[in-house]
Design a protein around this ligand. Structure first.
Ligand code: G4P
Length: 538
């Protein structure tokens, strides 16, 4: 599949340079939601609009097929969850949309957090009957840390739904996020007839076959004549109230992440999806500047820069390949170019970068800021890696989070200790688990957010390395990164607490505590030291 070169809109063609024009037409986003709110269904409908798939049902079909092809993903199949994070690119209305998919299950939330560092905006999908659910709130908080603008889609309006005012109120109160409805539902559940477009005053009607039809002048009387359950007068009253009472849309507040435009629809019935996509095109930001350790890199700069936010192993079981997903931050990536991997200082030839589509991948001849390319490699790349055309810099903001669960890896065959060490190193570089190596030489600890990560680790070590492992409950429950401006003080702390300190993948020191009490006690007695539960990868 090839990218189409569609005409640019007026705003786009105002851009000065070819790079700027390409940057301006890109929209890189993710969908955040609680499981079951309709993320998969909406993804599919967005891809249909983008012409990236032809038939509904293919996103799920692909997911199933892929999991049967690869054994370790049997875990996914058995438990009916999506372990994989991937990217889907499609063109719509002269723009290039990069939709970064995230795993639905919370045990893989680290993956999701990392993916959210690679997007410029997000769509928040809310089930109209349920409102804000736990995982939506958590993911929203992660977006807020980076002030990512959010477009809201209230889904499942074709089912019994809560009062729309109620839902808006809940968003405002629980997320401290202002709302502006852009559309308003006319009826709900079985009587859901369509939406009212608040800016134009027109309506868009739902069709039986899921086609998207043009907006038309509001005519409540004829709607009510067709469906006696709709009370034209009450609806007219409500729409009047909406116009008067709801906050007007404030573009800047949206772009700063303080206000969300809200759309109502039904992903299942393919309704409201076009309005959402149009809004993403018009309102959501093009690739933003990215912060590195030395400076901020603007998307319009000429030199290519990119960072790796995700590593996916076993995409194709016939080739034991690993794909590093890199988000471009500036410049132009050309196939075959040499880039500098700043962690090692070594050059890397990008000989076969790839684009991903719903059903395909293809070689990427060129890519621009906002694009995500897959870089096949055999273990040279790790999460957080930065590519440049020579400049010495490292992007910040692909974080590590303190694990919720710590386990000691128990090896069936002690002769394989060296192999285990290598394997754990690989798994940590891929972000499957975090690995902490105690300074006193005790066996490594692995840290995870949820138990499913441990299952994945066990299966992958067995299948890819022939290692039979188990897990023991270690004496430690908590891990915190320790830092101190005064190097000497840090060293003193480490030697005084030698048997409770480990090193992570990067050699950073981690204090391991038996429980919260010990952590608090230690913290109190170590003034000047900080015990962090988040670490930005350098
Ligand atoms: P997720 O990825 O967020 O977990 O949600 P997904 O799209 O898988 O949707 C969860 C369930 O909700 C699915 O039903 C799906 O068909 C349904 N759904 C999604 N959007 C809408 C909508 O707008 N209206 C209605 N009425 N239902 C919607 P399921 O029975 O669990 O799965 P399936 O057998 O339909 O695939």
């Amino acid at each position: 599949m090839r990218r189409m070169n569609k005409p640019l809109s007026a705003a786009d063609s105002a851009a000065q340079t070819p790079i700027a024009a390409e940057v301006e037409r890109r929209r890189t986003f993710a969908i955040i939601s609680h499981p079951d709110a309709g993320k998969t269904t909406l993804t599919e409908k967005l891809l249909l609009f983008g012409g990236a798939i032809n038939l509904a049902g293919q996103v799920k079909a692909k997911r199933d097929r892929r999991s049967t092809r690869s054994d370790w993903m049997a875990i996914e199949r058995e438990r009916g969850i999506s372990v994989v994070t991937s990217v889907m690119t499609f063109d719509y209305d002269g723009r290039v949309f990069n939709l970064l998919d995230t795993p639905g299950h919370e045990d893989f939330s680290e993956d999701t957090y990392r993916t959210l560092t690679a997007v410029d905006s997000a769509v928040m999908v809310i089930d109209a009957a349920k409102g804000i659910e736990a995982r939506t709130r958590k993911l929203f908080e992660v977006c807020r840390l980076r002030d990512i603008p959010i477009v809201t889609f209230i889904n499942k309006m074709d089912r019994e739904a809560r009062d729309p005012f109620d839902i808006l109120d809940e968003i405002e109160k629980t997320l401290a996020l202002d709302t502006t409805p852009m559309t308003w539902p006319i009826g709900q559940g079985r009587d859901f007839a369509g939406t009212y477009d608040i800016a134009s005053g027109e309506m868009r009607l739902l069709t039986d076959d899921g086609r998207t039809v043009d907006r038309q002048p509001l005519d409540l009387a004829s709607l009510a004549a067709k469906n006696p359950m709709l009370d034209a007068e009450a609806i007219a009253e409500e729409l009047k109230l909406v116009k008067e009472a709801c906050r007007p849309f404030d573009f800047q507040a949206f772009r700063e992440g303080h206000l969300t435009p809200v759309f109502f629809g039904s992903a299942l019935k393919n309704f409201g999806v076009k309005d959402l996509l149009d809004a993403l095109g018009k309102l959501a930001p093009p690739p933003r500047a990215q912060v590195a350790n030395t400076r901020k890199i603007d998307a319009h700069e000429n030199a290519m820069t990119a960072f790796v936010f995700k590593i996916q192993a076993n995409m194709d079981p016939n080739h034991r390949d690993r794909i590093a997903f890199a988000r471009l931050c500036s410049g132009k990536l050309r196939r075959g170019m040499k880039a500098k991997l700043t962690r090692t200082g070594k050059p890397v030839t990008l000989s076969a970068p790839q684009f991903f589509f719903a059903q395909d991948r293809s070689v990427a001849d060129e890519a621009y800021a906002g694009d995500v390319v897959g870089i096949p490699n055999h273990g040279t790349l790790r999460i957080g890696d930065t590519f440049t055309e020579g400049e010495e810099l490292a992007f910040l903001g692909v974080p590590n989070f303190a694990p919720e669960i710590l386990r000691r890896v128990k090896l069936g065959d002690p002769m394989k200790a060296k192999k285990l060490k290598e394997a754990l190193q690989q798994m940590a570089e891929e972000g499957v688990v975090q690995v902490f190596r105690p300074l006193d030489g005790a066996p490594a600890l692995v840290g995870v957010v949820g138990p499913l990560q441990l299952d994945v680790l066990k299966v992958r070590l067995a299948e890819e390395y022939g290692l039979d492992i188990g897990f023991d409950q270690p004496e430690f429950q908590l891990a915190r990164w320790i830092a101190c401006d005064d190097r000497k003080k840090l060293d003193e702390f480490v030697s005084a607490n030698y048997s409770s300190v480990a090193e992570d993948l990067d050699g950073d020191k981690v204090f391991m505590a038996r429980n919260q009490f010990i952590l608090d006690y230690t913290r109190e007695r170590a003034p000047g030291l900080v015990f962090n539960d988040i670490k930005d990868v350098k």
